[in-house]
Design a protein around this ligand. Sequence first.
Ligand code: FEO
Length: 170
Amino acid sequence: MLNEKVAKLLNDQINKELYSAYIYLDMANFYADYGLDGFENWFYIQAQEERDHAMMMREYLKDNGHKITSELIEKPEYTYEKPMDPLVKTLHHEKIVTGLINNIYDAAHEVKDYRTMQFLDWFVNEQMEEEKNAEDNIRKFELFGSDPKGLYSLDQEFLARAYTAPSTAE
Ligand code: FEO
């Protein structure tokens, strides 16, 4: 069994990851409404990845003999007016998630829970990727988003993003 505080933080993180999925689905909906299919695709896949993160936490708690509780998932808190807005909010949101993962890591470290620290290593690396992707998307939009041809090309690039399940998620 895991330390109760660590287990509670992991259970809470299931909810946060599902909330992240809901936020990215909301962004996909915004872009669908805007007519940017590629951006919609990029965020739809992002939502799928967040669900995977939640399921990885669920499996981990289950494998360690913990009961999993399902909490209320909040309504997405962000609103958008223009295509750049979700990109900026994504970076903001991922930085919050990085802080949450680090908090769980701290709690595991405090009780010498090396197993959970090792489990969380994947998420620590993933957060570096998530923040980098968000920064790259903002930069690309700054460079190309104001020109119709540039925006079209960027939309096509985002349309090519394909879903792949994380290597540790079964
Ligand atoms: Fe599950 Fe976007 O971090």
